[in-house]
Design a protein. Structure first.
Length: 240
């Protein structure tokens, strides 16, 4: 099985080595053929250099992509998708919030033939939260979920659109991300709506999750940017 793993990164020099080694160990442990992409989204630290120094199995391709200036998570994931050649493609947030073994659950869903995209979810009954988000971030997330459903028309059965652990059939991922134009964190909403309109089937699966207290995402600090992006995504989706 060929699998591509994409790790978008912004100022993650202290974590990226662990991310790469965990991805490598997952690929080797399951006897997959694989490639790992680290996409450095205009970091101000030495994320790219730290990633390049990690030694991994010669049977696994490690590619570090760096660009400037900082563009946003959506742009980073999209950049990785353009080069990914796997039959299946995963993108996983830096910080190992979800253990890589949960990829196997997503792959089982996709290999059943009934679904094209598998989303990890922190909100399902069988999900296991090791360390919860701060209360303010949980509250803001609930507000955004309401907006996503009632204003952007995201399917209400999707419980966790923003969990950074998603597995795709390779062809579906390449097609959807080639069309995607959203640079920021709302790229996942655009992808979901595009997938829905094009007949791709999405299923969520429960994960074990631990909050990354050193996350680069701050809903309070970047609130005006999120509002601007919400309006832009609404206009985009309305014209599809």
């Amino acid at each position: 099985m060929n699998i591509s793993i994409i790790v978008p990164a912004f100022n993650e020099s202290k974590k990226i080595g662990r991310d790469i080694k965990a991805a490598e160990e997952f690929i080797v442990r399951n006897n997959f053929q694989g490639e790992i992409f680290v996409v450095d989204d205009g970091s101000k630290d030495d994320t790219a250099e730290a990633a390049k120094t990690v030694e991994i199995s010669p049977h696994i391709s490690l590619r570090v992509i760096r660009y400037e200036p900082h563009r946003g998570k959506g742009y980073a994931v999209r950049t990785g998708m353009k080069s990914a050649k796997g039959d299946y493609i995963l993108f996983a947030d830096s910080g190992l919030c979800v253990p890589y073994d949960y990829v196997l659950t997503g792959l089982k869903i996709l290999k059943s033939g009934d679904f094209d995209i598998a989303h990890g979810s922190r909100k399902l009954e069988d999900s296991k939260i090791i360390r919860q988000q701060p209360w303010l971030r949980r509250l803001i997330s609930k507000v955004f979920r309401w907006i996503f459903i009632h204003w952007l028309h995201v399917p209400s059965e999707l419980t966790d659109t923003q969990c950074g652990f998603k597995v795709y059939k390779g062809d579906a991922a390449r097609k959807l991300y080639e069309q995607c134009v959203t640079d920021g964190f709302l790229f996942e909403i655009e992808i979901i709506v595009r997938a829905q309109k094009q007949g791709y089937r999405i299923k969520e699966f429960p994960v074990e999750w631990t909050v990354d207290l050193d996350s680069r995402l701050s809903l309070t600090r970047n609130s005006f940017g999120f509002i601007r992006e919400l309006i832009a995504v609404k206009r985009l989706l309305s014209n599809m």
